[in-house]
Write a protein that binds this ligand. Structure first.
Ligand code: FRU
Length: 500
């Protein structure tokens, strides 16, 4: 009898493990980008580091693969690379759906919920009022957790910021402003940003507006962020504003402004419209809270142009990898840079390096790479600037090309022949991005997962993120250059799956 029980136990444990493994092996399933097991996800929300754990909340609809009444899903990680999905954190209620927002650690117990309480600040979106066209259907609310984000209590005084009559009034990003010992809320208010301040996260005062006449205005402003970065001994404030549509390669994208913030007003130091990422698939990107002097960005790796149609099952959407932000001056302009977080190195497996390689026409790296999965990181630096491209391909004849066009001084990603593209007419296109760096040498880091590439050129001065849907693993790899190019260094690293 006992034996049978033990055997049965083993069989069920084995089946559970196999189910898990199969679940994350579906066609197009990313292996080191966060995806929910099933159903719809959009924006990352409430990203916060607390007691050694990174928390990711996200816009989630648990009942279907398309956008619906929003909840906050939840996942945790020790390294921002391998994520574990947790039970849903916030459910819709009588005030509406739970739209995007942020989370903070209330170290000084300003709100009185408890020392070190996790406080989520989010938008309540009321679908009933939306239908009635009151123009007041979005307001800001708070909830707190005293058990590491497992359970949440919504504040009984919600909403804490009422809508003054602005139809798009959402996505609060809150941070502590130490010089004046107060909280600052950065809120997207249709075609601009409105800053609010508060001593306790419960009562908010409007401080100022920014942006009605600055930056890109090809769509509605959403999901902002505000934080300082120290650069060459000077503090610069970064204001991120996501916009949809109106991105540089159509649809959704993130722009940013650099300047000063004095606790009341943000002033931009440039008139140039700047983009966080020129690819089509990095939206609603904002930074983690409570990470000290590190500024770590993560976005939703999709685009409202086709997010509801991408051919994945049983889930929809992934996040980008986490990226560390910095600043770099080129000529008279200052730019934000982003590079993969160093934690990603945990996935490094076998690989090879080559020095001083001249590529004329084509260098086939498929044999050397011996990589059936197609998951890799490629770091290369050139001796000169010339046309070249990196080609990912498979047995089915799908091709994804990432390259540099010298005449146009542009980087590009061409996904027109990358596999399944017919689910939306604009999907199979070639995306372009300017090169800002002025050095002769190009440095180029490419991170490839099952269904995405992320390009970090010139140490993160130009970044592009694109998803694609190949028929099988992109296990073939070539470097191409018709004009010829000299590579100083080439380092290829196979990446392991982060699915546990
Ligand atoms: C951005 C966005 C947010 C909103 C959320 C709704 O992708 O439209 O502005 O809060 O998604 O899911």
């Amino acid at each position: 009898m006992k034996k049978i029980t033990i055997i049965l136990f083993y069989i069920s444990a084995l089946t559970a493990i196999q189910v898990m493994a199969q679940e994350f092996k579906e066609k197009y399933r990313p292996q080191f980008h966060f995806t929910p097991k099933a159903n719809w996800m959009n924006d990352p929300n409430g990203m916060v580091f607390h007691n050694g754990t990174y928390h990711l909340f996200y816009q989630y609809y648990p009942h279907d693969k398309i956008w619906g009444p929003m909840h906050w899903g939840h996942a945790t990680s020790k390294d921002m690379v391998s994520w574990k999905e947790q039970p849903i954190a916030l459910y819709p209620d009588s005030l509406g759906y739970i739209f995007s927002g942020s989370a903070v650690v209330d170290k000084n117990n300003t709100a009185g919920f408890g020392k070190d309480a996790l406080v989520a600040i989010f938008t309540h979106h009321d679908p009933v009022q939306e239908k009635q066209k009151t123009g007041k259907h979005e307001s800001q609310s708070i909830a707190y957790s005293l058990d590491e984000g497992k359970t949440w209590t919504k504040y009984k005084g919600n909403p804490v910021v009422k809508n003054p009559g602005i139809s798009d009034f959402r996505d609060p990003k809150v941070r502590w402003f130490e010089p004046q010992k107060k909280w600052i809320m950065t809120l997207a208010t249709k075609d601009r940003i409105t800053f609010y301040s508060s001593p306790d996260l419960k009562t908010w005062t409007r401080e100022s507006d920014f942006g009605a006449n600055e930056g890109g205005h090809g769509g509605v402003w959403e999901c902002p962020d505000l934080f300082p970065i120290m650069h060459e001994g000077k503090e610069t404030w970064v204001l991120i504003v996501n916009i949809n549509p109106g991105g540089p390669n159509k649809g959704s994208a993130g722009q940013y402004f650099l300047g000063n913030f004095d606790g009341k007003t943000f002033t931009s130091n440039s008139k140039e419209t700047k983009w966080l990422d020129f690819g089509a698939d990095n939206y609603a990107a904002v930074t983690f809270s409570n990470t000290g002097s590190r500024n770590i960005l993560m976005g939703w790796m999709s685009n409202w142009q086709y997010a509801n149609q991408v051919p994945t099952d049983p889930w929809r959407s992934a996040n980008t990898i986490a990226r560390e932000l910095g600043l770099k001056t080129v000529g008279k302009e200052l730019y934000l840079t982003s590079v993969p977080v160093k934690e990603l190195d945990a996935l490094n497996a076998a690989g090879f390096s080559m020095k001083h390689v001249r590529v004329k026409d084509q260098l086939d790296l498929t044999e050397k790479a011996k990589n059936k999965t197609g998951l890799f990181r490629l770091d290369l630096s050139t001796e000169n600037t010339a046309d070249f491209s990196v080609l990912l391909a498979n047995e089915a004849g799908n091709e994804l090309i990432v390259g540099y066009d010298k005449a146009a001084n542009q980087y590009y990603i061409d996904r027109s022949k990358s596999g399944k593209t017919d689910f939306e007419k604009g999907f199979g296109e070639r995306h372009k991005a300017p090169r800002f760096a002025t050095e002769e040498k190009i440095s180029f880091t490419l991170i490839a997962d099952v269904a995405s590439v992320e390009l970090f050129a010139d140490n993160g001065l130009t970044v592009m993120t694109d998803i694609f849907f190949p028929e099988s693993e992109m296990s073939k790899l070539y470097i191409k250059s018709a004009s010829g190019i000299a590579l100083d260094n080439l380092k290829y690293t196979v990446l392991k799956s982060a699915v546990k």
